[in-house]
Design a protein around this ligand. Structure first.
Ligand code: FES
Length: 122
C-alpha cells in the first residue's frame, strides 16, 4: 500500500514526463567531459543527471558529452538546451547542482541565473 505522499509523487513525475513529451522536441543536456572537466568531477555530474532523469522518468531528454569548450576554470560545465530556447551554460556544477538544474531548468524551464556562465543566441 502506497502512502498518499508516494502516490502524489508518482503523479507528479508522470505529469512532468507528459509535459516534456508534449514539448515534442527533445531537451538536450551536454556535459563537458574534457580532461579538465573530468578532473573537476564531470563524471559525478553526468551520473547525477542520468540518475535524476531516471528517477523522474524523463526519457525524452538527450544527454550527450562534449570535449573541451575552452572554459577550464569553470568546469564542470553543463549545457541545457530546451526546444526553442537559447543554450544556457552552467559552470562549476557538482552533483547536487546538477540535480537542481534538472528539476528547475529542464523540468520547469526556470534558469538558475547565479550558476550561468554563458548564454547562447536564441
Ligand atoms: S579541457 Fe576543459 S576547457 Fe579545455
Amino acid at each position: 500500500m502506497k502512502s498518499l505522499e508516494e502516490l502524489q509523487k508518482i503523479k507528479e513525475t508522470q505529469l512532468e514526463a507528459i509535459r516534456l513529451r508534449e514539448a515534442d522536441q527533445k531537451a538536450k543536456i551536454v556535459v563537458g567531459m574534457g580532461t579538465c572537466g573530468i578532473a573537476a568531477g564531470a563524471r559525478e555530474v553526468m551520473s547525477a543527471i542520468l540518475d535524476e532523469l531516471g528517477k523522474r522518468r524523463l526519457t525524452n531528454v538527450a544527454v550527450t558529452q562534449t570535449g573541451c569548450i575552452g572554459l577550464c576554470a569553470q568546469e564542470p560545465l553543463v549545457d541545457v538546451i530546451l526546444p526553442g530556447k537559447p543554450r544556457v551554460t552552467y559552470g562549476k556544477v557538482d552533483a547536487n547542482k546538477a540535480r537542481q538544474i534538472v528539476a528547475q531548468h529542464v523540468v520547469n524551464g526556470i534558469v538558475i541565473s547565479e550558476w550561468v556562465v554563458n548564454r547562447g543566441e536564441e
